[in-house]
Ligand binder design. Structure first.
Ligand SMILES: [Zn+2]
Length: 449
């Protein structure tokens, strides 16, 4: 009896310890990435090399030892002061590291905690369908989510301070999305079990969605063409004369251009951006850039529908079926492309309409790239929800700010709101779906293309 009892206890302890140990590993990896984010947040806006030199005290340049480089604990060990010159080290470093680590753990718990519970808390209400295939089959998608969220943290901090979103931080998630989704689909094939239309962690055109395939491929080709035309100078970059205009309207005439310190552009501020008088004209330029993308997307959809034919009705359901199904890898690839195009396209449309309406630059191209990256990693639905959610996040932020400090902040970049809304949408999507369905009173699930 006693022996049995002991065996049970051990099994219990192992059962109880396993998720904690795994979560600890995820936490450790997340903290290390958080440490890297600190480096990026500090160095990217200054245009410094992100790889070398190794971390050192910003005041006296003393190199950190490997112990002091350990995320979170290094800072705690030093009690927030440099070992050498005793100048204080910002608490932002351990905060960013802890936050990143906790976010990683939260994503892992929602996706993979055993039996849908973590330390007794039910988490499977938030678990998306695709995670049911298990870690072994879905780890690339897990990686795409973590990579995107990590970049969003860095984007939030940099954009809030500098009003600029570094390109590298919005290109990395796109590469991740392509590799983790399309690459894994080509390598692994379809996942089972998988409800139809949800066979991947982002919405895809599905087996019969040839028009969406044509639209995605056509739109991407159009963007590539416009990009090439821009590079070879056939079409002009929008806001190309902004610098020139800025120089002639500099608020601080005493600062000669040569005296402006690196990374500190005097006068280049949101206050100046909204004063730039040619925003409407520049939007026409951006519409020209988007022309091939929109045109080829429409052409692609029509062509693909025709090429996939002849379409014949299904014997049982009467649904029109193409001559051939969309291959799985192509379906997932187009899911990534559609996410990219729709995520970016929504912000860009808002930017163009807003700028045309008010005659001032509304939303930045950085925001366009940001939501395109979100779409590439999470698909068009999350990107769309994140975009509209950002307005709410911004509103809440403004109200909280007003209550807390008694005044409204005049200019706040939109990137942080987009980033925060995207993460919130990812964690609360089942509730958002319920809400949308309750409002629309349609079928119990949102039907995807
Ligand atoms: Zn120091």
């Amino acid at each position: 009896m006693g022996c049995n009892c002991l065996a049970w206890n051990q099994a219990d302890v192992i059962l109880w310890l396993t998720p904690i140990v795994l979560a600890g590993w995820v936490f450790a990896f997340g903290a290390c990435v958080g440490s890297l984010l600190n480096v990026l947040v500090y160095r990217l806006p200054l245009g410094l090399d992100v790889v070398s030199p190794t971390s050192r005290c910003p005041s006296c340049e003393t190199k950190l030892t490997w112990r002091e480089n350990i995320p979170i604990f290094g800072w705690l060990m030093l009690r927030g002061r440099c070992r050498f010159c005793h100048s204080s080290i910002s608490s932002e470093y351990p905060i960013v590291e802890s936050f990143t680590a906790l976010l990683w753990v939260a994503v892992w718990v929602v996706l993979y905690a055993d039996n849908g519970r973590f330390l007794g808390i039910p988490v499977d209400v938030l678990r998306p369908e695709w995670a049911s295939s298990g870690f072994r089959h879905t780890w690339p998608m897990f990686l795409a989510v973590l990579g995107l969220f990590s970049c969003l943290i860095a984007v939030t901090l940099i954009d809030a301070r500098t009003f600029h979103i570094p390109m590298s931080l919005v290109i990395v998630p796109v590469i991740l999305g392509l590799a983790c989704h399309a690459g894994w689909a080509a390598f692994h094939g379809p996942l089972h079990p998988a409800p139809r239309g949800w066979e991947w962690s982002l919405p895809t055109p599905g087996v019969h969605g040839w028009q969406w395939v044509g639209m995605a491929v056509g739109g991407a080709a159009g963007l590539a063409i416009s990009g090439a035309l821009l590079r070879f100078g056939v079409i002009r970059r929008s806001f190309a004369d902004y610098e020139q205009w800025l120089e002639s309207h500099q608020k601080t005439p005493e600062a000669a251009p040569g005296e402006v310190a690196a990374g500190e552009q005097v006068g280049d501020s949101p206050e100046m951006w909204v004063q730039y008088p040619h925003a409407r004209r520049e939007m026409i330029r951006e519409l020209v850039f988007l022309g091939p993308c929109i045109g080829l997307a429409m052409l692609g959809a029509a062509l693909a529908l025709r090429l996939a034919g002849p379409w014949t009705p299904d014997m049982l359901t009467g649904e029109m079926l193409p001559a051939a199904d969309v291959p799985h890898w192509l379906s997932v690839l187009c899911g990534v492309l559609l996410g990219y195009l729709i995520g970016g396209g929504l912000v860009w449309a808002m930017r163009i309409f807003g700028s045309l309406a008010f005659g001032k630059e509304a939303l930045g191209l950085g925001d366009v790239h940001l939501m395109a990256a979100v779409g590439a990693c999470l698909g068009w639905i999350d990107a769309t929800l994140g975009f509209f959610g950002a307005a709410f996040v911004g509103m809440v932020w403004a109200i909280v700010g007003k209550v807390a400090s008694g005044k409204l902040q005049r200019h706040m970049p939109f990137g942080p709101y987009l980033a925060i809304a995207t993460v919130l949408v990812w964690f609360t999507k089942p509730w958002i779906e319920q809400l949308i369905n309750a409002v629309a009173k349609v079928s119990p699930q949102i039907n995807l293309p």
